[in-house]
Ligand binder design. Sequence first.
Ligand SMILES: [Zn+2]
Length: 453
Amino acid sequence: MPTQNLIHPSRRLRRFVAAGFVVGFSLHGATVLAEASEVAKPAATFNAGVGVIDITPSEPIELKGMPASPRTAEVKTRLCVRALVLASGETRAAIVTLDTLKYPEEDARKARQQIERVTGIPAANIILCASHTHYGPLWAWYPDRLVTRITEAVTLAAKDLSPCTIGAATGTAEGLSECRRVIKDGNAWNRWQLKPEEAGKYPAEGPSDPSFDLLAITAADGRRKAIVYNFACHATSTRAPLISADFPGEVEEHVQQQLGAKVPLLFLTGACGDVNPVVSLRRNLFAEGLGGEILRCLDRLEPIANPTLGVVSREFAMPTRENPVFKEAEIARNWPAQLEHYRKSFDLMLRRQKPTYPYMMTALRIGNDFAIVTNANELFCGIGLSIKKQSPFTRTMVAEQTNGAHGYVPTAEAFKNGSYETWFGEHSHLSTKAGEKIETTSLELLNQVKLSQ
Ligand SMILES: [Zn+2]
């Protein structure tokens, strides 16, 4: 059990009040003021700021995440860069979400360096998370690959800093997401590779994760300033060929409508390498299912007492796939129409393959009970769940597709079972041990940031 949970509730309350934070429920009046005066050492003021930059194309573009890349200028929900800057004492950090399919490591590095030059926020304290929407242009379509737009969003957020309170909650959105891999006759198949009559016939290979954590940031005047949430599901619920932020865009619209305020919702992509929207859902239920649960979470926020910030990040060389083999028979069996596509993808990646890739991971702590830990992959859900379970924090967000885009990281079991995410190509090129490395490094960083003051 984390040691801070052993602190008597009244002591936790005094620390909380001493920090100068607005207490959201029944704690007001003279008792609180009296308790506050008992504590000599005030905590640092917590400040937050938000900045949103619209990056929706205004001309026809190819939807690069969709098969056949259809062309359109029609917009369902807008694409944005959303930035949240947090400041406590001397420490500043930025959480940035991008409505893009992915955002490569070298661009993320440039953007983080540019943000440091312009705002002074250390590059190591900045996390850039791609939502993985399949319904927009690639990052490379934008001038300077989005570096300027991302920097603008963080600059706006840094200028918007003001004293805030922060609360956390955990929600559950059942019935929206599922493991997209099933075991048929001892081998893994992706659900889309099965015949329609086989739907629902085979057991899922792994778990999905309907549970999610949420942060809500509230200004001193009571205005809700930003909501951050982490949900593990591929942003592939839109079936029409329209420009769209996919379910994170619909969830934001729903929550904003219900709140009657343009509160930015920052979606941190959870470990969903093998998790998709439930394929049999007849209509898109994310706005009400996930958006509705986010609204309920806002009613049961637990204030983060003494929200000091801690950030640790680590850069290392992540090894490439060992002895890649083209899985011709398996691809021909599971997905024959794509055999030539994946043959080309294999050959191309073999030429581009490097022994190792620069890899960055970050753990960001707010207070003593909440943390975010990042990885730069499409991480299988079981690994994300294992990190959450072993984390020394009460609430841990595992944010994938962050500060880089190195493709799928399946579990050891999934590598044995095969199918799409394990086939070597641009979409899957790291070591078969990458999952283990990400899990152990995540836990090391979480334990390290837990001790940081
Ligand atoms: Zn994906």
